[in-house]
Design a protein around this ligand. Structure first.
Ligand SMILES: Nc1nc2c(c(=O)[nH]1)N[C@H]1C(S)=C(S)[C@@H](COP(=O)(O)OP(=O)(O)OC[C@H]3O[C@@H](n4cnc5c(=O)[nH]c(N)nc54)[C@H](O)[C@@H]3O)O[C@H]1N2
Ligand SMILES: Nc1nc2c(c(=O)[nH]1)N[C@H]1C(S)=C(S)[C@@H](COP(=O)(O)OP(=O)(O)OC[C@H]3O[C@@H](n4cnc5c(=O)[nH]c(N)nc54)[C@H](O)[C@@H]3O)O[C@H]1N2
Ligand code: SF4
Ligand SMILES: [Mo]
Length: 694
């Protein structure tokens, strides 16, 4: 009998929690959070369902090349050699004709993307994108516009906070295990919790203060908080003197936005706003006003996040212990960072197809804006984009108006999907490359910033089942066929050795606990030692960078429109603790826990429509209609109808997910063109749906 403990990294969602897997005779006996990890090892329900994913035969088992029309579901089973040759031949032809820039790649971001970016550099294409236009781009750019820093370089120091405000954040159901645990630690130490949402979530149920806000009015709420902080002199004046630029401009701008005004606009009590502001000032600087995560919701979402950062700045919490301290890099703690795979190749000189960095000078070029790259596929402007590799990305489920996306993709000469589950995108592709799920593959080493930076990696706990491969095997295999020897690594050990060069860390060190900490103590900076990367080096209330790119930095508030008819509701969506996006709804264990989504609607409005709890209703928008069960409750704002994202699958290969619930993104006609332009995020809650009893 053989027994081993494997330190690895969960892959059931993007959070990538550290895990320890007990393996006996080649079978998984137990998975738990890595007990050695400072990230407070633990596992959520989805993490515990990892073995069920491994065991599931309803996933792509071998490479496939499309036979019939796109989406018809006729596949030829091929060997890996055939699949690689097929893709490499096509890519070579297209790159000869149009140049390497004709290749587009998108993924779901996360700690391991250096491999993907390295592959694109190896090809010589600038068109690496991630999913973030449908997630946190608005937060990223808001952070950049206020502090200059990327959002992840401001840590949320929950366990030392005295007051946490969660706005459009359902921390106890949209889970990051370490985050949940540190918020709970903070609460144990007496931290106050305020939740601002359009419905009562699990997070709201644990909060001291709950604001059930009118959907789409968060910007009004935040402007009033800023007004009150400035008007009553409750902000941190010494901090403002040291770090804040253009405070007077801000003061003049917020003049009309009083708490009394916001109370009417948001449907909350004026006194509750002013009391909140007083409480925040008392707790400052150990305050976190969360800038949001999934903020691809409204046209003004960029400004909601911006004002969240501004509130933090006024409270002196940016950089403070218990607030948003600055993350450390390995260099900050006297160590050397990982050697990057992208640095194997020069940066392509070509402009990006999505216009980021030239047409759009304020936005971050790193992961670009994938919906703008789709425009290039459609129009050939600025140049033809003819090949697309979607790796760990299911845009047909993750982006609005999938029919429009299919029409755009019909112009592609090559569409490849790399995935471990079936997805609408894989089904529509020309080639499907099946990835081994995370328990049966290893990954490159990742570097994590934060208060105590570390390196961590994923090891294989099991041999791969079916004919699946690890991501590095797939991309390095393709590089080999394309004749790019310097990216054609033959083993993961070779990649690890390259990454660890000159770091003073060995694979042996990593193998002991699955990670290597680079600092023993969290590093907090004194207020005068903070460093911001805006053009002025200050925290900017007005961003010239954004203004020069044609956007307001202090934008006048516009009230969102209310539903027009008795049966109209604003669409709203979000997460549930037991599923990840659209890719776990066919998981045997998780499907049992939460088999279909339901439509939350307000009790008063349901009554007027004759809808009772549990009734089946139709939801429609544009040409799309779906059937879903109604969940009738007092605890949602009357203007909104909420559903958990990720349902409404109809592929014949997913027996547990097929025909269950409704897909929110089908109810957003024309949604690719509706965005929060200065943030680059899509605005997927700018749609109304019609709800009728069946
Ligand atoms: N309408 C609407 N749209 C949304 C959302 C919403 O709430 N409503 N949520 C948005 C948010 S927050 C996000 S982050 C995006 C997520 O969008 P996606 O990243 O597209 O969603 P996922 O379901 O996480 O994963 C996509 C695919 O990658 C596969 N996969 C999962 N893990 C891996 C891996 O490690 N490697 C590889 N190669 N494949 C993997 C999955 O099987 C799945 O087919 O969607 C966004 N879109
Ligand atoms: N279980 C689970 N956990 C996850 C994920 C998952 O798929 N499943 N995905 C991960 C990812 S990729 C992300 S981005 C995060 C997302 O993390 P969050 O952004 O916290 O999660 P969501 O559920 O999308 O949205 C949070 C809340 O916003 C509310 N909301 C909707 N409209 C409004 C509004 O106008 N105003 C206000 N104030 N609130 C509004 C919704 O009701 C919802 O409760 O979760 C991560 N964690
Ligand atoms: S939050 Fe849950 S699913 Fe996501 S990585 Fe952590 S344990 Fe896995
Ligand atoms: Mo996300």
């Amino acid at each position: 009998m053989s027994k081993k403990e494997v330190f690895s990294v969960c892959g059931m969602c993007t959070v990538r929690c550290p895990i320890m897997v007990d393996v006996e005779d080649g079978e998984i006996r137990f998975i738990q959070g890595n007990p050695h990890s400072p990230l407070k090892g633990a596992l959520c329900a989805r993490g515990a369902a990892g073995p069920a994913l491994e065991a599931d035969a309803e996933r792509p088992q071998h490479p496939m090349i499309r036979q019939g029309a796109r989406g018809e579901g006729k596949w030829a089973r091929v060997s890996w050699d055939e699949a690689f040759d097929y893709i490499a031949d096509k890519l070579k032809g297209l790159m000869e004709q149009h140049g390497p820039r004709t290749v587009l790649f998108s993924d779901r971001g996360g700690p391991f993307v250096d491999l993907h970016q390295g592959f694109m550099r190896a090809l010589g294409s600038p068109n690496y994108c991630n999913h973030d236009v449908s997630c946190a781009r608005n937060v990223q750019h808001a952070s950049r516009s206020v502090t200059g820093l990327p959002r992840t370089e401001l840590v949320h120091d929950y366990s030392n906070a005295k007051h946490i405000v969660l706005q459009t954040r359902n921390i106890f159901e949209a889970i990051n295990v370490a985050e949940v645990n540190s918020v709970l630690d903070g609460i144990d130490k007496g931290c106050e919790l305020t939740c601002i949402d359009i419905r009562a979530t699990v997070t709201a149920s644990k909060a001291d203060n709950f604001f059930m806000i009118r959907p789409g009015t968060d910007y009004a709420f935040n402007l009033a908080v800023i007004h009150e902080l400035l008007h009553k002199g409750l902000y941190d004046k010494a901090y403002a003197e040291l770090w804040i630029k253009d405070l007077d401009r801000l003061r003049t701008f917020v003049e009309p936005y009083s708490p009394a005004w916001a109370a009417r606009e948001c449907g909350v009590e004026e006194r509750a706003i002013t009391t909140l502001v007083k409480d925040l000032a008392k707790a400052a600087p150990a305050v976190i006003w969360h800038p949001g995560w999934m903020t691809a919701r409204f046209k003004d979402s960029f400004y909601v996040s911006r004002t969240a950062y501004i509130i933090n700045a006024l409270l002196g919490s940016i950089g403070a212990k218990g607030g948003l301290p600055l993350a450390s890099t390995p260099k900050d703690v006297g160590r050397k960072g990982l050697k990057k795979l992208v640095d194997l190749f020069p940066k392509p000189e070509e402009k990006r197809a999505d216009g980021v960095g030239w047409r759009l000078p304020a936005h971050d070029a790193g992961p670009g804006l994938v919906h703008k790259a789709y425009e290039a596929i459609e129009t050939g402007d600025p140049y033809p984009v003819t090949a697309y590799i979607a790796m760990r990305h299911d845009p047909l489920m993750a982006m609005p108006d999938p029919d429009a996306i299919r029409r755009i993709w019909d112009k592609l000469d090559l569409l490849v999907s790399v995935t471990f589950t079936w997805s609408d995108t894989a089904w529509y592709s020309d080639v499907v490359l099946p990835l081994s799920p995370y328990l049966s593959r290893e990954s490159i080493i990742a570097q994590k910033g934060g208060l105590k930076p570390q390196f961590f990696y994923r090891q294989r706990a099991l041999p791969p089942r079916f004919e699946t491969k690890a991501d590095w095997e797939i991309l390095c295999g393709l590089a080999e066929r394309l004749g790019i020897e310097s990216f054609a690594f033959k083993s993961i050990e070779d990649i690890w050795a390259y990454q660890l060069q000159d770091t003073g860390v060995t694979v042996e060190d990593l193998s002991k606990k699955g990670f290597v900490g680079l600092a023993s103590e969290p590093r907090y900076l004194a207020v005068e030692d903070l460093k911001f990367t805006t053009p002025s080096g200050k925290i900017e209330m007005r961003s010239e960078k954004w203004e020069n790119a044609g956007y307001d930095s202090l934008k006048p508030y516009e009230s969102p429109s209310a539903p027009a008819g008795e049966d109209q509701f604003r669409i709203a969506f979000g997460r549930v603790g037991t599923h990840t996006q659209g890719h776990t709804v066919n998981n045997p264990l998780l499907a049992e826990q939460f088999p279909e989504n339901v439509l939350w609607i307000n009790a008063g409005r349901a009554k007027a429509l004759g809808i009772k709890d549990g009734d089946t209703v139709t939801v429609s928008s544009g040409s799309h209609t779906g059937k879903i069960k109604a969940f009738v409750t007092e605890f949602i704002h009357p203007e909104a109808a909420f559903m958990v994202h990720g349902f409404g699958h109809d592929l014949p290969v997913e027996s547990r997910a097929r025909g269950r619930g409704v897909s929110d993104n089908c109810l957003m006609p024309g949604g690719l063109a509706v965005e929060s332009a200065p943030g680059g995020g899509l605005a997927m809650q700018e749609f109304f749906i019609t709800v009728r009893k069946v």
